[in-house]
Design a protein around this ligand. Structure first.
Ligand code: M6R
Length: 604
């Protein structure tokens, strides 16, 4: 979602701010802006659309100054217009903001009583107006910002800059991450370490409720109660903030191709020669239930994992999307655990579900890609998925690494609960160890998929089918396709077809079937025949055994290497991703930053 950058520098900051905003583009945005202080005077430039529009504006109307703040906005309150873009300015105050000020309507009433009326539709402007009101009443910038901060409800990160103060930024974190970066005679603030990477690798993450006064000599950090807080400084590994396409046309292409390597890393972390390697405190024996909660692609990872926990460990599982789970206030047995899956570790709904569950269950577990994220910090146990930074909005390598981590957990549960013998565990580990190699083979179908995608790109609707743990993969395939190609797609458990979706089948509707030659293969093939009997155009994705028996009558086939049950979804994720990727390329859409989407959804 929105990205924040702030610099108290030694040189002109406008180019630095724009460069940092570029690094934050992956979060998703629809307008951008910067403000600087020069000779004690605040000024700003803002533009709708891509950053290139802001850069163009700066060529014609440059902005000087060595202190500045910048922002990429993903619209929540008010359309993506220049007026609604950040920074918001009121008198001597400039503010950028990520998240939502939930009580902004009440605050507007308070402002109206003082004769101050908003000029934009945003919640953010209220912060600038209130701070200004306090300054008009005689408060200094620090006191005015803090007085404002105490009035705000919601989940947000804020950064203030002031007229007449070219050596002060005030940062506050409540719900959305914010970090402070240290230079020599320079200081930085960013919504993540990636924004700060070219300028510094020394970082302090603010904790929940913290605020900080930042000057060129350092940062004074205070906790929610106003006490001076000592927060650790971390040195960030350069590789972990690398956002290069490395010769690929898109980040998504690079991230798809990286999967054999990152899955190998995740495996090395969780599987040793002599068995599983998980942190202490994960004994599944005697557990009554496991609840898995997530959003989007991470939810489909949980949906696949439900099959594994049930079949490998006999462990009853409940799954839900976080936005529903958090408000239905489900009863949860005390003797149960709740597991949350999130690439970013910051998704607002999943975080709220984690906080709800922490009050009800014996243990919370966060499976995240960002080890410094809020979920990782708040859960009882945090398990990193080791995918490395994922820039493409469409989640790819994070999905397969989430699956791998969940597979390892399901195997641990199987052993703890006496459901799996050591021999069975060894056989399953062999399957997991083989996956990086099999993924390399699957990536070899990329050119064939690119050819098929030319035709898929002409479709208006596409269906995906699968059975067993491949049925959530069908849904993930459909999600991936719709989010980056904008083609309407649905994923179904293939047995559900004749209960409704079969009405959609006609010659123009491609149907993509994920069907490894497993114990459910014949069932899936029957559903596929029903599609072909109605002139549906089937693309069958299967292994050599499957293709040998069921290719006849299909529109096209894709050959995957053989993979033992039940881990086929980890391998079949690759053709699903490549189908979406190449179809989007054929349509010429913005693959890495699809319209309306944000990488990290920090508002509900
Ligand atoms: O960061 P998270 O894993 O919590 O994000 C959850 C979803 O927003 C995310 O998976 C989304 O569905 C992706 N764009 C899918 O590609």
């Amino acid at each position: 979602m929105c990205g924040i950058i702030g610099v108290l520098g030694k040189h002109e900051v406008a180019p630095l701010l724009v460069e940092s905003l570029k690094r934050l583009e992956y979060r998703g945005y629809d307008s951008a802006g910067i403000a600087t202080v020069r000779d004690g005077h605040l000024d700003r430039r803002r533009a709708v659309g891509k950053l290139v529009n802001l850069s163009d504006l700066l060529v014609h109307q440059p902005l000087a100054g060595k202190s500045g703040i910048g922002h990429t906005r993903w619209a929540t309150h008010g359309a993506a217009t220049t007026e609604n873009a950040h920074p918001h300015l009121s008198g001597p105050v400039a503010v950028v903001h990520n998240g939502i000020i939930e009580n902004f309507r009440e605050l507007r009433e308070e402002l109206a009583a003082a004769g101050i009326h908003p000029e934009t539709e945003t919640d953010t402007e209220t912060v600038a107006l209130l701070t200004r009101l306090h300054m008009d009443r005689g408060m200094a910038p620090r006191e005015a910002a803090l007085t404002t901060l105490r009035k705000l409800d919601g989940a947000f990160a804020l950064l203030w800059l002031f007229d007449g103060e070219d050596d002060l930024m005030i940062a506050a974190r409540k719900g959305s991450p914010l970090c402070i970066g240290y230079g020599t005679g320079e200081m930085f603030v960013g919504s993540d370490a990636i924004a700060l990477a070219p300028m510094t690798n020394e970082i302090t993450y603010l904790e929940e409720g913290d605020y900080a006064f930042v000057t060129r000599v350092g940062a004074e950090i205070f906790d929610e109660s106003g006490r001076r807080a000592n927060r650790d400084k971390q040195v960030i590994d350069a590789g972990s903030v690398q956002v290069e396409k490395a010769g690929y046309k898109h980040f998504m292409a690079k991230e798809i191709a990286e999967q054999p390597a990152v899955l190998g890393d995740a495996l090395r972390n969780y599987v040793r020669k002599d068995g599983l390697n998980l942190p202490d405190g994960l004994d599944f024996s005697g557990l009554d239930r496991l609840t898995l909660v997530a959003c989007g692609t991470a939810f489909y990872a949980c949906s696949v994992a439900k099959y594994w926990f049930e079949s490998l460990a006999g462990l009853p599982c409940e799954i839900d999307v976080a936005s529903e789970f958090r408000y239905r206030e489900p009863p949860m047995p005390k003797n149960s655990w709740a597991l949350f899956v999130s690439q970013s570790g910051e998704t607002a709904d999943t975080l709220a579900a984690l906080r709800y569950s922490a009050e009800h269950v014996a243990k919370t577990i966060a499976v995240v890609n960002v080890p410094t994220s809020t979920m990782a910090r708040e859960a009882d146990v945090a398990l990193p998925i080791h995918a490395g930074i994922e820039v493409g909005v469409a989640s790819t390598k994070a999905f397969t690494c989430q699956l791998l981590t969940l597979a390892v957990l399901a195997l641990k549960a199987g052993i703890d609960r006496g459901h799996l013998s050591p021999e069975q565990l060894a056989a399953h580990l062999e399957t997991l160890r083989a996956l990086p190699g099999l993924m390399n083979t699957a990536l070899g179908t990329s050119d064939d998929i690119a050819r098929l995608a030319e035709r898929l790109a002409e479709a208006q609707d596409i269906l995906f089918l699968g059975r067993g743990p491949l049925s959530p993969l069908a849904m993930e395939g459909a999600l991936k396709l719709k989010e980056i190609s904008y083609i309407h797609a649905e994923g179904y458990a293939s047995g559900e077809l004749k209960h409704g979706p079969i009405a959609l089948i006609e010659r123009t509707v491609p149907v993509i079937v994920f069907a490894p030659h497993d114990r459910l293969f014949d069932k899936t093939v029957s559903n596929m025949q029903e599609v072909m009997a109605r002139h549906g155009q089937v693309l069958l994705v299967s292994d050599s055994k499957g293709l040998a028996t069921a290719s006849e009558g299909t529109w096209a086939t894709l050959k995957m290497p053989e993979v033992a049950e039940p881990f086929a979804p980890i391998l079949y994720a690759l053709p699903a991703q490549l189908i979406a990727y190449h179809t989007a390329c054929a349509k010429g859409t913005d693959v890495d930053q699809p319209r309306n989407l944000a990488k990290s959804v920090t508002v509900e």
